[in-house]
Design a protein around this ligand. Sequence first.
Ligand SMILES: [Zn+2]
Ligand SMILES: [Zn+2]
Length: 318
Amino acid sequence: MTKCSACGGESFYTRRYSGESLCVACFKSSISEKARRTVSKYKMIAPGERVAVAVSGGKDSLSLLRVLTSLYGPRRNAIVAISVDEGVAGYRDEAIDHARSLTEELEVEHITLSYKEMFGFSLDEALNWDEERDVSSCSFCGVFRRRAIDEAAVRAKATVVATAHNLDDYIQTFMMNLMHGDVARLGWMDPSYSDDTFPVRRVKPFMEIYEEEIALYAYQTGVPFQSVSCPYMHEGLRSEVRDYLNMMEANHPGIKNVLLSSSLDVISRYAHSSEKGSVPCSRCGKPSSSGLCNVCRMKAIVEEHVKTPNTSPFSGQV
Ligand SMILES: [Zn+2]
Ligand SMILES: [Zn+2]
């Protein structure tokens, strides 16, 4: 029997990059402790602040809700879960059910906001075009989702939104920004970056934890795994980068940690040089770089191309 490096109990998992062996209880507390240290290192959450946890219903976001509730839980008001319902038939319903049952178990307030309510159309409706679509579903969805999360957080009276991006997500995004030639975007990845023109700050308490450890945490704490994946998902480059990084990690345990710290070093050099100037959007008044925000730009594209029945479904406000 391999012994737990922390308590001497029976180990069930060995961290290849550090050589530590851990029992279930010590592993679970190590995940909370890592998240707590990340939050504190980057001053992600100020004392007394109300945190909205963006809960998609996937294992990562449900685990984040569990961890943050365990860390800040005694003050019940400190945590509120927010979910965005994009309106993808058969996919999002299951996820929102998972989110609802965990928020009930943890006695955490749960606010759901739908694309339909917010923008006047569901994602299913927005992607149903007359002609071939030349904009990817994820680029639409990402823009709308961000706005919806901000709005849900404002309604929840939170000043910070925690998302469940893990270390793997973070270094994949870093590599993808390099591969897209998008060096200017690196500044936005700074964990301490905040843009005063946005209503809420974004933080990623899991950004120093491997995806496989979050999956293991989810499994060990009984967080449900979603059986259906998003029908619009097409990951292209990201899945190739993920496979490559996983292969490198298998051959060189710990290399993802090294890449994270190199990424953060590079990002910190861009963080202060990123342009912060913004002008109000001419349609919705939200901050934009060019006078028309991404949401209104995407909305206009949807309205132009989508198959419209006799009456326009687009009556919602941004
Ligand atoms: Zn132990
Ligand atoms: Zn706008």
